[in-house]
Design a protein around this ligand. Structure first.
Ligand code: KIV
Ligand code: NA
Length: 268
């Protein structure tokens, strides 16, 4: 089966069918998501928090993203793979183009995602005119956490809502083929979804988006600490792992020493 394309994804919205997207960072997980029928996989810079144990996404580098995106691509056959452009790598159109070309050439993935509103539109236009599909990302943009001063819901006031609407339209006009809405007031996310021709992919933004994305660890319950409140885990993989490891530890410790031939069994 051929891989899904950006047009396939856009056709899902046209047909009124919701789009299912998850993050993945490695070969095995990506392969399982692909086998289970996920349509889009995001190699998110949430890699920084989820896989690398950082507080924020800011330490994630282009090389980190390329290594993990390659693994995700190698693990999949059908899903459309989107790669996050990490902090500082899309700071202007030419820088973004150079870095997006590296991602496309070295990973085999089909699209990149860039955080930011209307000011990012020229960068989106530059990439799309070079044949690189781009996903926008507005609302809570974690790369700007130090400027935002925390992780909270966006679009609560009328001016803030209007700014998000304008940003969504500017990104669509610039050629983005989809837009992630993170932690956007649900009613506003619905309004933006109806205004746009291209699909919206929501996370913590209510049910009215064209599709949904989650960090895969939050879906399967594979975290050592926090899980965001909007994520409703459908499995408890952390417990499965802890139990298996606990059994292994107990088994190793309880094992009878092997009968050494002719030699004394114990030293003391
Ligand atoms: O990095 C990420 O996982 C993301 C999604 C949460 C949208 O950008
Ligand atoms: Na991200």
């Amino acid at each position: 089966t051929a891989r899904l394309t950006t047009r396939d994804i856009q056709n899902l919205k046209r047909r009124g069918e919701k789009i299912a997207m998850l993050t993945a960072y490695d070969y095995v997980t990506a392969g399982l998501l692909d086998q289970a029928g996920i349509e889009m996989i995001l190699v998110g810079d949430s890699l920084g928090n989820v896989v690398l144990g950082h507080e924020t996404t800011l330490p994630v580098t282009l090389e980190d993203m390329i290594r993990h995106a390659g693994a995700v691509h190698r693990g999949t056959r059908r899903a459309l793979i989107v790669v996050d452009m990490p902090f500082g790598t899309a700071s202007d159109p030419e820088t973004a183009l150079r870095n997006a070309v590296a991602i496309m050439q070295r990973t085999g993935c089909q699209a990149v995602k860039i955080e930011g509103g209307a000011t990012v539109a020229p960068t989106v236009a530059r990439l799309t005119e070079q044949g690189i599909p781009v996903v926008g990302h507005i609302g809570l943009t974690p790369q700007a956490v130090h400027q935002l001063g925390g992780y909270y819901r966006h679009g609560k006031t009328a001016p803030a809502a209007q700014k998000l609407i304008d940003a969504a339209l500017a990104l669509q006009d610039a050629g983005a083929f989809a837009i992630v809405l993170e932690m956007v007031v649900p009613e506003l996310a619905g309004e933006i979804t109806r205004l746009l021709d291209i699909p919206t992919i929501g996370i913590g933004s209510g049910p009215e988006c064209s599709g949904q994305v989650l960090v895969v660890n939050d879906l399967i319950g594979l975290n050592v600490d926090r899980t965001p409140s909007f994520a409703k885990p459908k499995a408890d993989v952390a417990s499965v792992i802890r139990r298996a490891v606990g059994e292994y530890v107990a088994e190793v410790k309880a094992a009878e020493p092997a009968k050494a031939k002719g030699r004394a069994l114990a030293d003391g």
